[in-house]
Design a protein around this ligand. Sequence first.
Ligand code: NDP
Length: 294
Amino acid sequence: SIKTAFLGLGAMGAPMAAHLARHARDTGGEALVWNRTAARAESHAAEYGSRAVSLQEAAQADVLFTCLPTSAEVDEVIAAMQEHLRPGSFWMDCTSGHPDAARRQRGQLAVRGVRFLDAPVSGGTAGAQAGTLTVMLGGPTDEVDAVRPALAFAGKVVHVGDTGAGFAVKAVNNALLAVNLWAAGEGLAVLARAGVDVSAALEVINASSGRSNATENLIPQRVVTREFPATFALGLLAKDAGIALDLAQSTRGSAPVLAQTAALIRAAAHAIDPDADHTAALKLVELMNTQEIR
Ligand code: NDP
């Protein structure tokens, strides 16, 4: 039986930590939780049977998880905990972080005998609630194999490479989400301007080669309905597209479409609202076309 600690009970972290609490109950382990706004940790404990603790106490866990907005907040939490950390433990960072930060953080934690693995996730808040997230792990194979049983929120676990590779794959996946979403928005806005019914166009596209998760799910469920439910913030998608762009630059790759899309998503975050759902990026496409997508 193992002791886990989950730091960061946001839209993703809270349901992920709930699966750790369930797993702990089934296996005689313990699931600690910590959140900057402490009330969220206390209500998590009351609802799911986790235990709300201080950062110092969380440091005693065998496996620590973080799921914070960016690698910068993970740096802050590492700094606050460093002197309390226990040699032999694992630090699984489920943030969609930066590959350069992963290499730095792994080195910093290794000094304390703690093994850092980048472990970002995909599947959204629905996947976090269902416990079916895909986890993409960066780090040495023996460490990846050691932590697999602890990933109670996962439906699929893929070891994608060495430290930083998990964050790299996550950034590129989300850059592709951004490209698909933005491109579909442009196409549909143009069709609407031409007088075509957007739902009829989506029915065709979703039976055809232009389909994507954006056309099959995001646009019909969030844009056409005008609901834009806030599950994944536009500012976080802009961050992810920017990390993919950094990766292209640091490897001297050539990725002009990713670069353009990163700039457009950043512009949308500024022009619309970084805290709005990521699908609200299409409100900028709508402004650019004086045409609603519906
Ligand atoms: P949220 O904004 O819902 O949650 C952010 C969490 O980070 C909160 O617990 C917040 O605490 C905490 N936090 C913020 N700043 C600090 C700080 N300076 N120190 C300590 N804690 C801090 O974000 P999400 O859960 O949506 O996203 C988390 C990560 O997961 C991001 O990297 C995102 O890109 C990624 N992700 C998100 C998905 C989604 O669908 N939402 C899907 C897959 C990955 P407090 O309660 O005090 O504000």
